[in-house]
Design a protein around this ligand. Sequence first.
Ligand code: M6R
Length: 622
Amino acid sequence: MCGIVGYTGENQAAPILLDGLKRLEYRGYDSAGLAVRDGDALAEVVKATGKLYHLADKTDQGRSLPGNCGIGHTRWATHGDPSLINAHPHVSGSCSGSGSGKVESDVVGVHNGIIENYGELKEKLLRHGYRFYSDTDTEVVVKLVDYYYKKYKIGPVDAITRTMVRVRGSYALALMFKDHPGEIFAARKDSPLIIGAAENAAFLASDVPAILKYTRSVYYIGNLQVARLSPGSVKFYDLNGDEITLPLTEITWDAEAAEKGGYEHFMLKEIHEQPAAVRDTLVSLVKDGTVDLTETGLTDGDLKRFAQIDIAACGSAWHVGMAAQYVLEDLAGIPVRVELSSEFRYRTLPLGKDTLVIVISQSGETADSLAALRVAKERGAETLGIVNVIGSSIAREADHVLYTMAGPEIAVATTKAYSAQLAAVYALAIRTALARGTVSQERHDALVSELMTLPEKIRRVLEEKERLQWFSTKISNAKDIFFIGRGLDYAISLEGSLKMKEISYIHSEAYAAGELKHGTISLIENNTLVVGMLTQAGLYEKTLSNMMECKSRGAFLMGLTANGNFSVEDSVNFTVYVPKTDEHFMISVAIVPLQLLAYYTSVNRGLDVDKPRNLAKSVTVE
Ligand code: M6R
């Protein structure tokens, strides 16, 4: 989704803005733009479609845009084509066909999010004489700010708060006003935005990595709050325009965590960071051999009291939910429903105080998951966010938060955050089971000690990567790939299939192995790859039979199973073995070869592994 950056200080703004936008590239975009002003002079806007280097080339790496104050934007099209005229920044007046040039207007701004009532606001502004040059909702917001600014002759903060009261939807906005040189004004509702403080400078960005090179002191601006940035000063205001104080947070993770560190792609680096992500998450949740959820605020009494758990999430986080369902039901004997966040609100699920709704999200900003969390709260359920990004919207709004410790994840295809989420739900399931008396202390201890072996077992799988790299060359031209399994093996299939299709663009489906013959098996042709998950002893024979049904219709088979199940080689064409662990946790080791297979297939096909087409890292629109 769109990325925004802003800088005001003593240095040249444009190179800092370009650098910040580069670090937000992972969010996905199709055009980019800058607005920079030099002291009292008019701001100048430059835009470019396509990759960021076009904008860098157009501005001579920022050198041809002098000035110490500016805003920048990468746009992921929602309203209007990815074109120069629709690219941000947008201005309150008119603009040339290319959208670039000196800004005569009073207000210029960038925006991430969606303004739902932009049509009605546009009508109002048209009646007041405003003319529009783009198809974007952002131009409407910028012009609305301008309208209030002039009509009531009020300052920027009040013009922005009036606008916030009128717009529906989500936004992270950064605006510059002609009459306020050296200042940037920002506002936020439901879209990510952080403000950086430094001596003689101030920054804003959609995400911390964009500014980490310059400062570690960050404010997490809240919903419906406004910020006013000038060199060395940041002030915050509420919706009434009253000044408020926000706490300053020091970012403790290293800037290197957001760099490639010698790996060809972020995805490969993040795959290799999984042992650490899982270990750090477990260490934060296990104290003296016992799962300890004190920091989440969930007590054993709560875990005993809940009659039902509902899980809402999107994409890979939803796949973690699917795994959690099996593990929680099996260990803790509690009914669990898993719902896609985007569907959660359309069901009239009976929720109440005795329901725990868990929302799982790496970014903590996924719009559908945030909406599901709010619906759950409105309906009286208690909520737990399992979130990776500290200070994100879901973390702030959930009743309880369990932070995964994956560190910043840059590749669009999640790997280490997914693994950290799995570790978190295992710990939650074990503590819930202990609290509810469905496992003894002895079994709890055994499960925890097995859990702590996962980082090392994942590391051992990574040592096998050359075999996966070799096999990926055999499948790089595949038309379709099917991932099948039963029970927890079905949950692995879902994630394996998503990883493959999202970065290799090979059509792929995950199917519950037993369901295949009710329709999907008609798609199996000569040499169609069917990847069968065989990590659950009780389901092994049945899934293998389903794989054989495919083989007899021409399929080429890959089997993925625990070390020791060597008989599988009699039936399949290619076998991958992973270390044995408790069957509840097998996904954690079994997913790694599937991530590597997807990664190498994408590399073989010459694709943009870290930034696959049409996708964004943080999906902040519904
Ligand atoms: O930030 P979230 O965990 O809420 O994101 C959810 C999905 O958008 C995300 O998992 C997506 O499916 C990834 N592209 C999967 O690799």
